[in-house]
Design a binder for this molecule. Structure first.
Ligand SMILES: [Zn+2]
Ligand SMILES: [Zn+2]
Length: 392
């Protein structure tokens, strides 16, 4: 296995940005005039399920989103899916929150209105929004497809972040019947992916796809995936689709059959960390999606010396305790990844469409969200809950 250097990475993103732009133009018919926003200047009425405190109980809430601006689109959301991050943030694990707050950063739907300067979308298009809804769009990072690393620090995450344009003062997420978003931060959904299966690709998909693609895997490379929930089950499917030999590490014995069906060569049930010893130094690459405190050094031991280890998924207080002596014994290259840029988010949609990679989902109604959150925390999700937005 080799790793790519930054210039190669940049070229890759530039190419995918160009490809995405071309696809967008094609699907818009090239010269379709943007439909005027029907309620120009008027805030958009929205309803969804919000958290009103850190209890983890969500209730119906009606609120307003900003009016559709010249560069914005209005999406009628059809499906939104549940990410463990929604729970961490709204329950205060990552710091105090402003309430009411609508979580959700995996949403798909149909474009209902476009601003006067929008050319990438037209009314009726299928569109999705992921983890971010704004950035400066001018700095080196933003203009090279890495808006999540905006050099000016203006990356605006999809819910709970201060936004002076928002009537509620903060961004409000996707557990709702609609969203207003700058066109740049929406992606097209290929017709070959059912909308409910597209939603989880917008966080879980891109968050695992980006590091797996950067790992530049070769056929037969041994890839470990630890934590087989929403992110992990997609990581197994994506790594297998790249021809890797996938070793899955889970604490849930009842997931073994599913995980083998996802394409794993072997599933290791880690009911005791000693189980990892049998796999010492075995893997070329490990992606770990465990979103709570765990023994990083123990998992690092399964990677070959000088191999690579990517953490995705964030534990409480955005912190992981690491034994430096433990990690030094493995001499792995440890990094933590954060979602992916917009061109790459568009790319994961097309990749999954072409490679027939689909999340495994369970459709629920809005009234079931609070129960679903408990099940996610108890590792009972199989594997991504998708909310039917018609029930908001
Ligand atoms: Zn997420
Ligand atoms: Zn920027």
């Amino acid at each position: 296995m080799t790793t790519k250097q930054p210039p190669t990475r940049r070229e890759f993103l530039q190419m995918s940005a160009a490809a995405s732009a071309a696809l967008a133009l094609t699907s818009c018919g090239g010269a379709v005039a943007a439909a005027p926003a029907p309620r120009a200047g008027t805030p958009i009425k929205s309803r969804g399920y919000a958290a009103f405190d850190a209890s983890g109980v969500l209730k119906p809430w009606e609120f307003e989103r900003r009016a559709v601006g010249d560069n914005d689109i209005l999406i009628d959301i059809k499906y939104a899916s549940i990410c463990h991050s929604d729970i961490h943030q709204l329950e205060g694990d990552w710091g105090p929150q402003q309430y009411p707050q609508i979580p959700g950063h995996e949403m798909v739907g149909i474009v209902a209105a476009v601003g006067s300067k929008v050319t990438r979308f037209k009314v009726g298009d299928r569109a999705g929004v992921g983890c971010m809804v704004g950035s400066c769009l001018e700095c080196e990072r933003c203009t090279h497809g890495e808006e999540h690393y905006c050099e000016r620090g203006e990356t605006l995450f999809t819910y709970g972040y201060p936004d002076p344009r928002a009537p509620t003062g903060i961004t409000q997420g996707g557990y709702a019947n609609n969203i207003v978003v700058r066109d740049h931060f929406a992606v097209h959904i290929p017709e070959t992916i059912p909308l409910e299966e597209a939603a989880p690709l917008l966080c879980a998909g891109i968050t695992t796809y980006s590091p797996i693609m950067q790992a530049n895997l070769e056929i037969g490379d041994k890839v470990g995936v630890a934590g087989i929930g929403g992110l992990g089950h997609l990581a197994v499917k994506l790594a297998a689709s790249k021809g890797a030999e996938v070793y899955a590490f889970t604490t849930s014995p009842d997931k073994v059959k599913d995980i083998l069906a996802f394409g794993a060569k072997e599933v290791i049930v880690v009911d005791d960390l000693q189980k990892l010893r049998a796999h010492k130094g075995r893997l070329d690459y490990l992606i770990n999606t465990i979103p709570v405190q765990y023994d990083v050094a123990a998992y690092a031991s399964v990677v070959k010396p000088h191999g690579f280890y990517t953490q995705v998924g964030m534990a409480e207080a955005f912190s992981l305790n690491v034994s430096t002596i433990g990690l030094s014994l493995s001499r792995v290259n440890f990094n933590v990844a954060l979602i992916g840029g917009i061109p790459e988010t568009q790319e994961v949609m097309h990749y999954c469409a072409d490679a027939s990679v689909r999340p495994t989902t369970q459709l629920i109604q809005a009234s079931e969200i609070s129960d679903a959150w408990v099940k996610v925390k108890n590792k009972q999700a199989r594997y991504r809950y998708v909310i039917d937005a018609a029930t908001f």
